[in-house]
Design a protein around this ligand. Structure first.
Ligand code: ADP
Ligand code: MG
Length: 344
C-alpha cells in the first residue's frame, strides 16, 4: 500500500486540538479561571454554574481587572502579563505563565469578558471566538474586577461533549476544586452556586483553614484536626497542614495537596500517607489530610503537563519519606495524648 501524503492541519484544527488538551472538562476550565482571579489579587471570588458548567460557567472577582487596551489580545495564545523570559519560569510566583487558558477556552466555548480596572471610569465587555475579539469592547457600568462567562463548553467538540453526560458529576468536580482552593486560600472569600440557586459553598474572607474545613467538610472532620508543620533545610522544603487524628475515619481518603500553592496530585505521597493511617484506623478507614508543601522553585518544574496537574520535583522520594515519617510521629503523639486524656 502506498503511504498517504503528509499534509499540514489547518490552523483552526490545530488550535482546537491544543485547547482540548488544556481544557478537558468544566472543572479544569474553572481551575484556570480561579487561578487567574488569584493572580489578579482578588479577595472575593464568586462562581455560578448551570448544567454542570457545560451550559454556563461564570466567575466574578474583585481583582485588578484587565486594561481596556489589553482586550484586543487577552485571548490570544501566548499573551500574558506574567512571564517575560523563559529563564523567569523557575521563579514564577503567579499561577499563570503561558497565556494559554483564555485562548484555549475561546476555542471550545463562547467566552465573554467584562472587566474594570481602578483607573477606568466604567467597565468594558467583549465577546471572543477562536482567540479573536468579535467586536469592539462595549462600555457599561460595573465594579472593579473581572467577570469571565463561559457558555456552551465544547459546543464544537461533539465527542467531548457527549462524553461528559452527567452534569451532576461535573458539578461535583467543580465543587471539589472550589472547596480545595477555598481551604488553601482562607483569606479570600469564595462562593459557589447553581444558577438561580443558593450558595452551596460560601467562605468569608479573612477566615482560616480549620474554619473553612468546618464550613465545607463539616464539624465531624474539623473537630478532629491536628496541626502539622515541618521544615527541612537539607531538602529545602517546608510542609504545613491539617490532618485528622485517629478518632476520625471515612470510606474515601480525602487528600488536599498543594505544592507551591498549586493544587496537584501526587500518588506516591498519597499512598504513603494512607498506609501510615492504616495501622491506626479501623479496616477500610481513611483520613482527611490537607497539606501545603513549599519547595525551592528552582527544584520544581511546573511546565510538564498541559493542565499543570502534575508537578515534578527534585528529591521526590526523600521528601515523601520525610513528610510521611513526620506525619506518623504527629499522629502517634495525638493518639498518646488522647489516651492520657481519657485516663485522667
Ligand atoms: P496566564 O494566566 O498564563 O497569563 P491566561 O490566558 O489565563 O494566561 O490569561 C491571560 C492574561 O489575561 C493574564 O496574563 C492576565 O493579564 C489577564 N487576566 C486573565 N484573567 C484575569 C482576571 N480574572 N483578572 C485580571 N486579569 C486577568
Ligand atoms: Mg491563567
Amino acid at each position: 500500500m502506498e503511504p498517504q501524503p503528509i499534509q499540514r492541519l489547518e490552523q483552526e484544527v490545530v488550535n482546537r486540538i491544543a485547547a482540548g488538551e488544556v481544557i478537558q472538562r468544566p472543572a479544569n476550565a474553572l481551575k484556570e479561571l480561579i487561578e487567574n482571579s488569584l493572580d489578579a489579587k482578588s479577595t472575593s471570588i464568586q462562581i455560578t454554574v448551570k448544567n454542570g458548567g457545560l451550559k454556563l460557567l461564570q466567575i466574578q472577582d474583585n481583582g485588578t481587572g484587565i486594561r481596556k487596551e489589553d482586550f484586543e489580545i487577552v485571548c490570544e495564545r501566548f499573551t500574558t502579563s506574567k512571564l517575560r523570559e523563559f529563564e523567569d519560569l523557575h521563579k514564577i510566583s503567579t499561577y499563570g505563565f503561558r497565556g494559554e487558558a483564555l485562548a484555549s477556552i475561546s476555542h471550545v466555548a463562547h467566552l465573554t469578558i467584562t472587566s474594570k480596572t481602578k483607573k477606568e471610569v466604567c467597565a468594558y465587555q467583549a465577546e471572543y471566538c477562536d482567540s479573536k475579539l468579535k467586536a469592539a469592547p462595549k462600555p457599561l457600568a460595573g465594579n472593579q474586577g473581572t467577570i469571565i462567562t463561559v457558555e456552551d463548553l465544547f459546543y464544537n467538540m461533539n465527542v467531548r461533549r457527549n462524553a461528559l453526560r452527567s452534569p451532576a458529576e461535573e458539578y461535583q468536580k467543580i465543587s471539589d476544586v472550589v472547596s480545595k482552593y477555598a481551604i488553601h486560600n482562607a483569606s479570600i472569600g469564595f462562593a459557589l452556586k447553581k444558577h438561580g440557586g443558593n450558595n452551596d459553598i460560601r467562605t468569608p474572607n479573612n477566615s482560616n483553614h480549620t474554619e473553612n474545613i468546618r464550613l465545607i467538610y463539616g464539624s465531624s472532620i474539623a473537630r478532629e484536626l491536628v496541626e502539622f508543620s515541618l521544615t527541612n533545610d537539607n531538602l529545602q522544603f517546608t510542609c504545613k497542614g491539617l490532618m485528622t487524628n485517629v478518632n476520625y475515619s471515612t470510606k474515601k481518603f480525602q487528600f488536599l495537596l498543594f505544592i507551591n500553592h498549586r493544587l496537584v496530585d501526587n500518588q506516591s505521597l498519597k499512598k504513603c500517607i494512607d498506609t501510615v493511617y492504616q495501622t491506626y484506623l479501623p479496616k477500610n478507614g481513611h483520613p482527611f489530610v490537607y497539606l501545603s508543601l513549599e519547595l525551592d522553585p528552582n527544584n520544581i518544574d511546573v511546565n510538564v503537563h498541559p493542565t499543570k496537574h502534575e508537578v515534578h520535583f527534585l528529591n521526590e522520594g526523600q521528601i515523601v519519606e520525610t513528610v510521611t515519617t513526620a506525619l506518623e510521629q504527629k499522629l502517634l503523639g495525638s493518639n498518646r495524648s488522647r489516651i492520657f486524656y481519657t485516663q485522667s
